[in-house]
Design a protein around this ligand. Structure first.
Ligand SMILES: [Zn+2]
Length: 477
């Protein structure tokens, strides 16, 4: 059997790996959009360096676009098999993929309108349409966590809790060929322990090979307080003492729900005043929030206890979810102290840009960045601490407080990934096996190298940093 790295190799986005059995059966694990292709150009005339029709099965770890975003294009280009994922991932992916099709369509229209005559043919067309998403969603087949599923006599799979996002799974693939059995574990994206809402991730029991993310290799999350204490501090200072607005850019799926749940906890504990309004200005958050309550069995004990005592996790007195633009426009003219949560998380596009524009010159406002912001994004530029900033072709003075918190990070830091790998290797030994190789992916090269260095110091786990399109032969035992 061969394992080929088709994405997220020495970079973070574009997760895609192919397992090819000796009998010609091809499994694709994730099919994500590559946001870094401009920075690290790959010599590829097509989106896929293979014929989509040759893929027999797709396994999807979770709904984030850098793992799922090229699925509609794969289907459009001829893949007609099943896409297996958890039920929550299927629902969240559907919303995220429709949203992605919509964004691509509007960006295309905007770029076309801006392009000079004669140059319009050079404008990149959307990678897929809503019609392609509809077709793609029909090919989803759902499988719950921890239920082994025999795909065919040679291949069986099992999903394990990854602890990263609702429905996110690590995938164990067992291949039987040539009289030998090989177990390959794909971590997908992992989470931190004791995250808001989601449970802690599980470890593979007897893996021969591990393909794991190492997004924050070499880095340590600075978390000195609980999410409640951290958020309460900003709410007290900004909304209560200064009577200002707290603007939180947040991804619509995952981060928004974690923040809203924290505010609900603070409200129920009587720690923030009743008069303080909370606005969630994101249509995608409105669609995806009920998925959390529909799949409450995936939530952690803290969330379960809260639901039992108070009912809803995300609805409380004083919260408003804004769907249409007229409600958004009304909020732009709302000047009382409040909390505004809006997408996108890196402040690139979406309604949040307007809220940042509206508050950046207000010394009573705080803009709280609650997640990773890639270089070049408005979120990243805000964190550089400049006194003026250009937003939507306007120069703005930065009078608002700009703050950052790591408490909602949905990826583990160096020590947590290291511990994950060590525990996986220990489990394999307990099962009478050896973890033969660890492939480090989904991280920039310095992050992957830092993890590799720690593993080298440990001595008994061999690690590899695969490059794009590199192929490895895997051997069973
Ligand atoms: Zn993810």
């Amino acid at each position: 059997m061969k394992l080929k790295f088709l994405g997220a190799a020495r970079q973070v986005t574009g997760s895609m790996y192919m397992l090819s059995l000796d009998n010609g059966y091809n499994i694709l694990i994730d099919c994500g959009m590559d946001y870094e292709v401009k920075k690290n150009p790959v010599e590829r005339p097509n989106l896929f360096p293979f014929e989509p029709v040759d893929i027999d099965l797709v396994l999807l770890t979770h709904a984030h676009i850098d793992h799922s975003g090229n699925l509609p294009a794969l289907v459009h280009q001829g893949f007609s098999g099943h896409i297996i994922c958890t039920p929550a991932t299927a629902e969240l992916s559907e919303y995220l993929l429709f949203d992605s099709a919509n964004i691509q369509f509007h960006d295309y229209r905007k770029n076309l309108a801006r392009a000079k005559k004669g140059r319009r043919d050079s404008i990149a067309k959307p990678l897929f349409t809503e019609k392609n998403v509809k077709q793609c969603v029909e090919q989803f087949l759902t499988l719950k966590l921890n239920i082994p599923f025999e795909v065919n006599p040679s291949v069986s799979i099992k999903f394990l809790e990854a602890g990263h996002l609702l429905g996110a799974a690590s995938i164990e693939i067992t291949v039987k060929e040539n009289g030998k059995t090989t177990k390959v574990g794909f971590s997908g994206d992992l989470g931190r322990s004791n995250s808001k809402l989601v449970r802690n991730g599980e470890i593979f029991h007897d893996a021969d090979y591990l393909i794991t993310e190492s997004t924050y290799g070499g880095r340590k999350h600075i978390v000195e307080k609980s999410a409640e204490d951290e958020l309460l501090n900003y709410i007290q200072k900004t909304c209560v003492e200064f009577r200002g607005r707290l603007v939180i850019p947040a991804f619509s799926v995952g981060r928004t729900q974690a923040i809203v749940f924290t505010i609900n906890q603070l409200k129920k504990n009587g720690l923030i005043p009743d008069w303080l309004k909370v606005f969630v200005d994101s249509p995608l958050a409105i669609k995806s929030t009920p998925v959390y309550e529909r799949h409450a069995y995936l939530l952690n004990q803290e969330a379960h206890n809260f639901m039992q005592e108070h009912g809803s996790l995300f609805n409380f007195e004083g919260i408003e979810y804004l769907e249409n633009m007229s409600e958004h426009d009304e909020l732009m003219n709302y000047y009382d102290p409040c909390i505004i949560i809006s997408a996108a998380g890196m402040v690139e596009g979406g309604r949040i840009q307007e809220h940042v524009m509206n508050n950046i010159e207000n010394p009573y406002s705080t803009i709280l960045i609650a997640g990773f912001c890639a270089e070049g994004t408005l979120g990243h530029r805000l964190l550089l601490g400049q006194s003026t900033i250009r937003i939507k072709n306007q120069d703005k003075n930065v009078y608002a407080q700009i703050a950052k918190t790591d408490v909602y990070s949905s990826h583990p830091d160096h020590d947590e990934v290291y511990s994950y790998i060590v525990r996986t290797a220990e489990n394999s030994i307990k099962a009478g096996k050896k973890l033969k190789k660890v492939f480090l992916v989904h991280g920039e090269e310095p992050q992957l190298r830092a993890m590799q260095k720690s593993l080298e110091e440990l001595g008994n786990v061999e690690s590899v940093l695969p490059t794009m399109d590199e192929v490895f032969e895997l051997h069973g035992s």
